[in-house]
Ligand binder design. Structure first.
Ligand SMILES: O=C(O)CCC(=O)C(=O)O
Ligand SMILES: [Fe+2]
Ligand SMILES: [Zn+2]
Ligand SMILES: [Zn+2]
Length: 639
């Protein structure tokens, strides 16, 4: 076998994880770290001379700046080309634009008011701003925590993705290099770091996610400990942005909701409601070739400006389209979470990402897998509610309907594409069972409609109080609590097609009580109890549908069905029409590579992805090897 070619002063073979630059004289390639060229600097070099060639041919030559309004600052400044997002001119102009006031939409709340009960009752459709953090359950480092403190806790060698704001281009760098650059008295570039997920670092102990984000999070509640897929970590980001950093309009991955706390500095959010019209406009803007030259805020009816000062926390609900200007050097913490309150909108955002061909790295890791886990859990919830003559809340019914519709669509394409159906889930059966539960609820609702005023299916107080929770808790099956033997049994049963998964029941141990409480609460039960007071006890479950306070998806801009997601062609009855049985039909289906047992799967976070949209750009010969390396990781991000 021929020996691999060697490169650089270090004479090493090509390592696709390391950025390299080509010498314009000797044509050899050099590791950025071996020749002290950081990746984002390579973009400024016109002609590169390596350390061997420099003594003879002189130093490298830098590109000449011709403009301040284009991503490529060498373009001639002849007034013909529009301003591009992120450039110095853009940021200056942004500050003089006028916007609707954030006060029109922001819901100011005290930390202790931001509870699951509140959101289940009122809905989570508008951004929430919290100035008094008491009761929020958010733990933070002290206000003077510095950029070099982050380096201390996370490690100087941690490779991070930073955004060169003026080019809106993403490059890799070591945290130590970023910190050194941050403290330089004069910075030639504005760098924005928004993708540093630190759950797996020592800094994790210094930050506790707001309780509401923990309690509602799908990953926290529904991701089984024994999942074949590695658990997604997207709950703890540290954002360090230099003054005038700008992140263009985007929807957070998978339609996740997000919290941000500005520890110091200031961030300005430009917010747009995810109405059907706005989402359609966003989708077409996102796929337009001159996206960076069009300010999306101008395309919509209303764009709200919200200044988030230090010490403030903001929560953005599902689907909100936002851009962010970092108006001062800032440090912020934030995290993303999926939840039960806006399932339909989450799915709509995910389907849009798919249509826009968003690279995996920019998407919620294993989004479809988590939806299957959630569906499995919600089925249990609906069944138990039915058994106990209790009705689920409107948002949950709408969410399950939207989930069924998406799961069917995914199942149809599973056969052709790489799939994320977890091993212990039998998809067709699950979809059918969920459909049955929904149909049952609809039948009851129709019956109730006919006999209005009668208390056919009351929410009895006792059924919502402690005893009831305990009763449900005792019945509930937590996937994370299955032991090896049981898993094995399930697997064998599944393969032998003996009985539904749900038939294998086991009592839960008292130690899972907290988790159970969380799950009950997620299913909308605890909330009903707490918010019931006296009146609701007399109400029928259907009465909440006409209630403007209820958290149903009757919002004008949040209808339950995905607006543009591909519709499944199945019949009205929701049946699949045929049995989609890739997995069921085979006793030993092939394992997807990512489903093979990994003893210690590495945490997955989309570290390079937060808030960033992939941009197409030209790679120069100088960076080509580096870019090729990136392409394989970013799926064609640059080429
Ligand atoms: O702070 C920023 O520049 C962007 C924040 C954001 O929206 C995100 O990370 O998704
Ligand atoms: Fe964002
Ligand atoms: Zn080297
Ligand atoms: Zn050379």
């Amino acid at each position: 076998m021929a020996a691999a070619p060697l490169y650089c002063v270090c004479r090493q073979p090509y390592d696709f994880n390391r950025f390299m630059i080509e010498c314009d004289i000797c044509k050899d390639w050099f590791h950025g770290s071996c020749v002290q060229v950081v990746e984002h600097h390579a973009a400024d070099i016109d002609v590169y001379h390596c350390p061997n060639c420099e003594p003879i041919h002189g130093p490298s030559m830098m590109k000449k700046r011709n403009n301040w309004h284009r991503h490529d600052y060498t373009e001639p400044n002849d007034g013909t080309r529009p301003v591009q997002a992120g450039t110095a001119v853009f940021v200056q102009e942004l500050q003089t634009r006028s916007f609707a006031s954030g006060d029109e939409i922001l819901v100011p709340m005290h930390g202790s008011q931001v509870t699951q009960c509140y959101l289940e009752r009122e809905g989570f459709h508008y951004p929430i701003v919290v100035h008094d953090l008491d009761g929020l359950g958010l733990k933070l480092p002290p206000p003077l925590f510095s950029v070099s403190d982050v380096e201390h806790y996370v490690g100087a060698n941690k490779v991070i993705d930073v955004i060169d704001v003026a080019r809106q281009a993403d490059s890799k760098l070591k945290l130590g290099e970023f910190v050194k650059y941050y403290y330089q008295p004069e910075r030639s570039k504005v760098l924005n770091l928004i993708s540093l997920e630190f759950s797996d670092t020592k800094m994790s102990n210094l930050v506790e996610v707001p309780e509401i984000a923990r309690k509602m999070s799908w990953v926290e509640n529904y991701w089984p400990d024994d999942s074949f897929f590695p658990k997604p970590f997207v709950q703890k980001y540290c954002l360090m942005g230099m003054k005038n950093s700008y992140t263009d309009f985007h929807i957070d991955f998978g339609g996740t909701s997000v919290w941000y706390h500005v520890l110091w500095g200031e961030k300005i959010f430009y917010l747009i409601k995810p109405t059907k019209a706005n989402l359609a406009l966003y989708e077409s803007w996102s796929s337009s070739p001159n996206q960076s030259e069009i300010f999306f805020g101008d395309k919509v009816d209303k764009c709200y400006k919200c200044v988030v000062k230090q010490g403030t926390t903001i929560f953005l609900p599902t689907g909100w389209i936002h851009a962010v200007l970092t108006s001062q050097d800032s440090m912020a913490f934030g995290g993303n979470f999926l939840h039960n309150l806006n399932i339909g909108m989450q799915l709509r955002c995910y389907e849009m990402e798919r249509r826009l061909k968003t690279p995996d790295l920019f998407k919620f890791p294993y989004f479809e897998a988590i939806c299957w886990y959630v569906a499995n859990n919600l089925l249990e919830t609906l069944k138990e509610l039915r058994e106990d003559n209790c009705q689920p809340q409107g948002y949950l019914v709408d969410g399950v309907k939207a989930l069924i519709s998406s799961l069917k669509t995914w199942l149809r394409r599973e056969v052709r594409e790489c799939f994320e159906v977890p091993d212990n889930i039998r998809p067709s059966r699950l979809i059918k069972a969920l459909t049955k539960e929904i149909r049952y609820l609809e039948d009851e609702s129709n019956k109730a409609g006919k006999s209005q005023g009668s208390a056919e299916w009351p929410l009895a107080r006792s059924s919502l109080e402690k005893g009831y929770q305990a009763q449900r808790a005792a019945r509930r099956k937590l996937p994370s609590n299955l032991d090896v033997l049981e898993l094995h049994t399930l697997e064998v049963l599944k393969r032998l097609e003996v009985g539904p998964l749900e038939e294998v029941k086991r009592p839960t141990s008292p130690s899972t009580a907290d988790a159970i409480q969380g799950m009950l609460s997620m299913a909308g039960l605890l909330c009903q109890q707490a918010s019931a007071g006296g009146d609701i006890l007399q109400q029928h479950w259907w009465s909440s549908q006409g209630n403007s306070n209820s958290n149903s998806s009757s919002d004008t801009w949040d209808s339950s069905e995905p607006c543009s997601a591909p519709r499944s062609p199945e019949g009205e009855d929701g049946s699949l029409g045929e049995e989609y049985s890739y997995r069921e039909s085979s006793l030993s289906p092939p394992l997807h590579p990512s489903k093979r047992h990994a003893p210690n799967p590495t945490p997955i976070s989309n570290q390079a992805t937060k808030g960033k949209r992939p941009k197409k750009g030209q790679a120069t010969t100088k960076q080509r090897l580096g870019k090729i390396m990136k392409m394989s990781r970013h799926k064609g991000l640059f080429l």
